[in-house]
Design a protein around this ligand. Structure first.
Ligand code: IPD
Ligand code: CA
Ligand code: CA
Length: 269
C-alpha cells in the first residue's frame, strides 16, 4: 500500500471518528427526548424517525467539510443525489439499532465506513451510551478507544457465544434451523438487535462470531473491516446478492466459524 493512500485513510479515520462522536451526541439528545419523536414505519418491524435523518445529515455535513467531493451512501438518504455505484465512497448507518432507540433500550450505535474500489479502508463504530468507539483502517489494526483489540481464540461451539439476528425479510426457517443447530451444539446466542455492535463485540472478543441471514451494506461495512483487522474471519459481504444492498453476514473467529460450517447450515444461504 502506498504512503499516500495510508495518509488519506488516516485523514478519513479522523473525520469518521469526529463525525461519529458528534452524531452520537445528537443521537443521545434525541434518545432522551424520544417521546416527542414521530415514528414512521418503512416496512414491517422497520421504523424510522427524524432522529435517524438528522443524525445522517450531521454526518454528511461533517464528511463534506473535509472531503467535499466524496460520495456518501447512507441508510436514510441513499446515494444522496450522486450517481454510479458505491465502490468508492462513504457508507453510513446513522443509528444502527433504531428499534432499541425508539423503545428506550440504550443499545444503538453510529456506523461509518469508507471504501475505495470496493475495499473497506476505514471503519468506525461509536456507542454513545457506553462511551466506546471501535475503529480500524485497512492494514492498520483494530482499536477500542485507542487500545488494540483482538478476536477470541475460541474453537469450540460448546464454549462459544454467538451473535444472531433476523428480520421479516427472510423465511423464519432460515433462522430457526441455525439457532436450533447452535443450541444443540452447546453454543449460547445473543441478539442485541444492532448488527454493528455485534461486529464490534466480535472484534473485541466479547462474542466469538455473529451471523444474520439478511443485512444491508450500511449495517456491516465498518464492522466487517474492524473484525478483519482484529484477526477475525468471515464470508465477504456482497451487497446486492440478496436484494438491493443486501447479503448474509457471517463473521467471527476462524475456529468457531469452521465449527459453524461443519455443524450448522449457516453457510448454505
Ligand atoms: C437493524 C439492526 C438489526 C438487524 C436489522 C437491521 P437499523 O438496523 O442492525 O440488528 O437485525 O435487520 O435493519 O434499522 O436499526 O439501522
Ligand atoms: Ca442498521
Ligand atoms: Ca439505521
Amino acid at each position: 500500500m502506498s504512503a499516500a493512500s495510508q495518509t488519506s485513510d488516516d485523514k478519513r479515520l479522523e473525520t469518521a471518528r469526529r463525525a461519529a462522536e458528534e452524531a452520537g451526541r445528537l443521537a443521545r439528545r434525541f434518545f432522551e427526548d424520544r417521546e416527542t419523536l414521530l415514528i414512521e414505519a418503512k416496512g414491517p418491524q422497520d421504523l424510522v424517525s427524524a432522529a435517524d435523518r438528522e443524525v445522517e445529515e450531521l454526518i454528511r455535513r461533517e464528511i463534506a467539510r473535509d472531503f467535499p467531493d466524496d460520495r456518501v451512501l447512507g441508510e436514510e438518504f441513499g446515494a444522496g443525489g450522486s450517481d454510479g455505484d458505491s465502490a468508492t465512497g462513504w457508507v453510513v448507518d446513522p443509528i444502527d439499532g433504531t428499534q432499541n432507540f425508539l423503545r428506550g433500550i440504550p443499545q444503538f450505535v453510529v456506523s461509518i465506513a469508507y471504501r475505495r474500489d470496493g475495499e473497506a479502508r476505514v471503519g468506525v463504530i461509536h456507542d454513545p451510551n457506553a462511551g466506546e468507539t471501535f475503529w480500524a483502517t485497512a492494514g492498520g489494526g483494530a482499536f477500542r478507544d485507542g487500545a488494540p483489540i483482538r478476536v477470541t481464540q475460541a474453537t469450540r461451539l460448546e464454549a462459544a457465544v454467538i451473535g444472531v439476528g433476523h428480520s421479516p425479510r427472510h423465511e423464519p426457517d432460515v433462522f430457526n434451523r441455525t439457532i436450533t443447530a447452535l443450541i444443540d451444539a452447546g453454543a449460547q446466542t445473543r441478539n442485541y438487535c444492532c448488527a454493528a455492535i455485534q461486529l464490534a463485540y466480535v472484534a473485541d472478543g466479547r462474542l466469538d462470531a455473529t451471523w444474520d441471514p439478511y443485512l444491508l451494506d450500511w449495517d456491516v461495512a465498518a464492522g466487517m473491516l474492524i473484525v478483519r483487522e482484529a484477526g477475525g474471519d468471515g464470508v465477504p459481504f456482497r451487497p446486492g446478492r440478496k436484494g438491493p444492498h443486501a447479503d448474509t453476514l457471517i463473521a467471527g473467529t476462524s475456529g468457531v466459524l469452521a465449527e459453524c460450517r461443519r455443524r450448522t447450515r449457516m453457510f448454505d444461504d
